[in-house]
Design a protein around this ligand. Structure first.
Ligand code: NAI
Length: 327
């Protein structure tokens, strides 16, 4: 049996939290041999609801769940954290401008970054789920100067999984036959789901797919899937978002299969012309517990233009939070 890992989940009483906690506790994320110490962070008004979830966690009698503690103070919640899942965020309210949204989230992710800096384990892994995820991760990382930047990531795995599913449905192939799918850029409507590097049943995806379908159906379907779920379900994606968070951390800890890669938003080292320091989604492999950007891919003009558009949006968001004094 491995040493126990402290997993802190923010927004624990929210809908993603409810779908996520039971899977972490059951061992889906870190494996059946790693005991989990859960620390839940909520705002004071939601602590009672988090306590209800903790009662249900207890009632599952998971052998992998060592303890559950609930906090409304980030410093305490992140003490000793090995895996931090930053799910709680301020949603965009009616009439809220983008600047207001970024500022409200800066007020959450700045202090959480400081708390991680103060208390985290030396090998901490941080995944930001709460939107705007890439820029929230940038803010958190900038408040944690003692934690290596490569420990901060944002989630585009849900977009990646949505893309795999769309391709599988379109081609009649199993999801497992699709490799080297990439989401580039921001987790937003400007994201670029890139099939040009992908293979389907061992064949290059562009040979299998019709370019018109890719451009006019596939890309918008993946990019707008979140809105389509809200319209159908009357609430935003929760179980699929939780599943993607589990996938992201599991891959980060346990690695990517040979011959394949996945998508994650990580701090750019300048690869593929993305300004250094931006948190952008890339094709990545995980080796020995670290993300590495897949290098040497040739990007056609279509891909280049789409990536550049999403990067421009990330630059705008970064400049806006910098102007607000949040970095
Ligand atoms: P929700 O509104 O059901 O839950 C959010 C929870 O966060 C609430 O319980 C709230 O009390 C809590 N919270 C707010 N401020 C907090 C703080 N400072 N500290 C701790 N907890 C705090 O929202 P839901 O559906 O669970 O979604 C959470 C976030 O995930 C949203 O920002 C959503 O946009 C984002 N999301 C991201 C996806 C991605 O692919 N990256 C996919 C789906 C959702």
């Amino acid at each position: 049996e491995n040493a126990p890992v402290t997993v802190t989940v923010t927004g624990a009483a929210g809908q993603i939290g409810y779908a996520l906690l039971f899977r972490i506790a059951s061992g889906d994320m870190l494996g059946p041999d790693t005991p989990v110490r859960l620390r839940l962070l909520e705002i004071p008004q939601a602590v009672k609801a988090a306590e209800g979830t903790a009662m249900e966690l207890a009632d599952c009698a998971f052998p992998t769940l060592e303890s559950v503690d609930i906090f409304d103070d980030a410093r305490k919640a992140f003490d000793g954290v090995g895996v931090a899942l930053l799910v709680g965020a301020r949603p965009r309210g009616p009439g809220m401008e983008r600047g207001d949204l970024l500022e409200a989230n800066g007020g959450i992710f700045g202090p959480q970054g400081e708390a991680i800096n103060a208390g985290a384990a030396s090998d901490v892994r941080v995944l930001v789920v709460g939107n705007p995820a890439n820029t929230n991760a940038l803010i958190a990382a900038s408040h944690a100067p003692d934690v290596p930047a490569d420990r901060f990531t944002a989630m585009t795995r849900l977009d990646h999984n949505r893309a795999l599913s769309q391709l599988a449905t379109k081609t009649g192939m199993p999801v497992s036959a699709i490799r080297r799918m990439t989401i580039w850029g921001n987790h937003s409507a400007t994201q670029y789901p890139d099939v040009f590097q992908a293979t389907i049943g061992g064949r290059p995806a562009p040979e299998v797919l019709d370019q018109h379908w890719v451009e006019h159906t596939f890309i918008p379907t993946v990019a707008r899937r979140g809105a389509a779920i809200i319209e159908a379900r009357g609430a935003s994606s929760a179980a699929s978002a939780a599943n993607a968070a589990i996938d992201h951390v599991r891959t980060w800890v346990h690695g990517t299969p040979e011959g394949d890669w996945t998508s994650a938003a990580i701090v750019s080292d300048g690869s593929y012309g993305v300004p250094e320091g931006l948190v952008s989604s890339y094709p990545v492999v995980s080796r020995e517990g670290r993300w590495e950007i897949v290098q040497g891919l040739e990007l056609n003009e279509f891909s280049r233009a789409r990536i550049d558009a999403s990067i421009a949006e990330l630059v705008d968001e970064r400049d806006a939070v910098r102007d607000l004094g949040l970095l």
